[in-house]
Design a protein around this ligand. Structure first.
Ligand code: APR
Ligand code: PHB
Length: 389
C-alpha cells in the first residue's frame, strides 16, 4: 500500500492529524495496536483550550462538543477551607470547554469513518523503516498477514509506550523527566457535580479536584501515595477523604454515589527532544507527558498536530519545507511552557512527603498572592486557557 503520511496510533493526536490532512487533500493511513472499543474505553481528562476547540471546529468535528460540552469562564482554587475564583473570561477574554477526551476521540472516529479513512485497528508489530532516507515505509501484521505501507512521512502518534520514540536513534534522543512522589485516585460517578466550575483544592492531607463530564456525570480526584492500591479505597473512604479536603459548603452539599470507575494514575513530567528524525515526527504523548494538574495533556497533543499539519500542508501545497524543518523547535517551545505551568500547578497544589512547615507556608502564600493579585491571577488564567500557537 502507498500513502503520503503513515500515522501510528489512533488516539486523539493521530485521529485529529488524519482528519486535518484529509480536509487538506492529503492521504494518510492510521495503524492502531488496540481495538476501537479499547481505545474508546479509556477514561481520560476533559478540559479543552480555546485553541483546541477552534481546531476541532475547523476540522469539522465540533458540533457535538458545542451541544454537549460545558463552557467554563473560570475555575476555583480552594485553600485554608475557602474557595477563590479565577475569572478566565475577565482576565483573558477566553474560556475553556469541559468535554471528555473520550468524546473527542469518538467524534474523530466517526468523522474518519464517514470519510472512509484507512484506519486499521488491532495492527500488531508495527515497525518503522528507513525514515532517515527519502522513502520511509512501515510494516505491520493484521490477522496473521504481513503488510507493508510505503509513505513520504511517518507521524508517531502512539503515546508514551509506543514504537515510534523507541525507533528513534537513541544516540540523538534526549529525555527530561520529573516523577512525582504521589498519584491521583480518580472516580467517575453518576451524580450532579458539586460546583458549576472545577475546584482545585490544596490541603494538608493532600490535593483534591472536583471536575465533571456533564450535569449528571462527575469526576473527582484525591492525591494518594504512589504505592496505594485501589482496593484499599472503598467508595465511602474516598468520599470521606474528598470532603475533608474541600471547603465546608462543598463538603455539605456534595452528592455522593457509587463509583462507576476508579483508578490511580501516577504523575510525571516528561519531554523527549528532538521531535523530528528525518521523515519521522513524534506527536503528543509519544514525545511528552504532563502531570494532569494543569489539564494540558490533550491540549499539548493538539498543539503538536497544529504545527505538524501546518508543515505538511505547506510541503504538499507549495513545496515549502521550512515548517517541516522547524517542527520540533516550534512544537517544543510551546511544550516547555506548558510543562512549566503543569509542574508549577503540581508543586503549588500537592503535599510532598518531605515537605517542611516552611514549604507549606510558601504554598499558601503563593496561592494567596495568585488569588488576590490581578497580575498573579492573570498569569494563571493565561496559561490555563492556553498560550497562543
Ligand atoms: N502500534 C500501533 N499503535 C500503538 C502502538 C504501536 N506500537 N503503541 C501505542 N499505540 C496506540 C495506543 O494504543 C493508543 O491508542 O497509540 C495510541 C496513542 O494514543 P494516546 O496515548 O491517547 O496519545 P495521544 O494521541 O498523543 O493523546 C494524548 O492522551 O494520555 C492522554 O493525557 C494524554 O490527553 C493526552 C492524550
Ligand atoms: C478531569 O476532568 O478529568 C480533569 C480536569 C482537570 C484536570 C485534570 C483532570 O486538571
Amino acid at each position: 500500500m502507498r500513502t503520503q503520511v503513515a500515522i501510528i496510533g489512533a488516539g486523539p493526536s493521530g485521529l485529529l492529524l488524519s482528519q486535518i490532512l484529509h480536509n487538506a487533500g492529503i492521504d494518510s493511513v492510521i495503524l492502531e495496536r488496540k481495538s476501537l472499543d479499547y481505545v474508546l474505553g479509556r477514561i481520560r481528562a476533559g478540559v479543552l483550550e480555546q485553541g483546541l476547540v477552534d481546531m476541532l471546529d475547523a476540522a469539522g468535528v465540533g458540533a457535538r462538543m458545542h451541544r454537549e460540552g460545558l463552557v467554563h469562564d473560570g475555575t476555583e482554587l480552594c485553600f485554608n477551607g475557602t474557595r477563590h475564583r479565577i475569572d478566565f473570561k475577565e482576565l483573558t477574554g477566553k474560556t475553556v470547554m469541559v468535554y471528555g477526551q473520550t468524546e473527542v476521540t469518538r467524534d474523530l472516529v466517526d468523522a474518519r469513518r464517514a470519510a472512509d479513512a484507512k484506519l486499521v485497528y488491532e495492527a500488531e508489530d508495527v515497525e518503522l523503516h528507513d525514515f532517515d532516507g527519502d522513502s520511509p515505509w512501515v510494516t505491520y501484521r493484521k490477522d496473521g498477514v504481513e503488510h507493508r505501507i510505503d509513505c513520504d512521512f511517518i507521524a508517531g502518534c502512539d503515546g508514551y509506550h509506543g514504537v515510534s520514540r523507541a525507533s528513534a536513534p537513541q544516540s540523538v534522543l534526549k529525555t527530561f523527566e520529573r516523577v512525582y512522589p504521589f498519584g491521583w485516585l480518580g472516580i467517575l460517578s453518576e451524580t450532579p457535580p458539586v460546583s458549576e466550575e472545577l475546584i482545585y483544592a490544596r490541603h494538608e492531607r493532600g490535593f483534591a479536584l472536583c471536575s465533571m463530564r456533564s450535569h449528571v456525570l462527575s469526576r473527582y480526584y484525591v492525591q494518594v501515595p504512589l504505592d496505594d492500591k485501589v482496593e484499599a479505597w472503598s467508595d465511602e473512604r474516598f468520599w470521606d477523604e474528598l470532603r475533608r479536603r474541600i471547603d465546608q459548603k462543598a463538603a455539605d452539599t456534595i452528592v455522593m454515589g457509587p463509583s462507576i470507575e476508579k483508578t490511580i494514575a501516577p504523575l510525571r513530567s516528561f519531554v523527549a527532544e528532538p521531535m523530528k528524525f528525518g521523515r519521522m515526527f513524534l506527536v503528543g504523548d509519544a514525545a511528552h507527558i504532563v502531570p494532569p494538574t494543569g489539564a494540558k495533556g490533550l491540549n499539548l497533543a493538539a498543539s503538536d498536530v497544529h504545527y505538524l499539519s501546518e508543515a505538511l500542508i505547506a510541503h504538499y501545497g507549495s513545496g515549502e519545507g521550512e515548517l517541516i524543518e522547524r517542527y520540533s523547535e516550534n512544537a517544543l517551545r510551546r511544550i516547555w511552557k506548558a510543562e512549566r505551568f503543569s509542574w508549577w500547578m503540581t508543586n503549588l497544589m500537592h503535599t510532598f512527603p518531605d515537605a517542611s512547615g516552611f514549604d507549606g507556608r510558601m504554598q499558601v502564600a503563593e496561592l494567596d498572592y495568585v488569588t488576590s493579585s490581578k497580575t498573579g491571577a492573570a498569569a494563571l488564567a493565561e496559561n490555563y486557557v492556553g498560550l497562543p500557537y
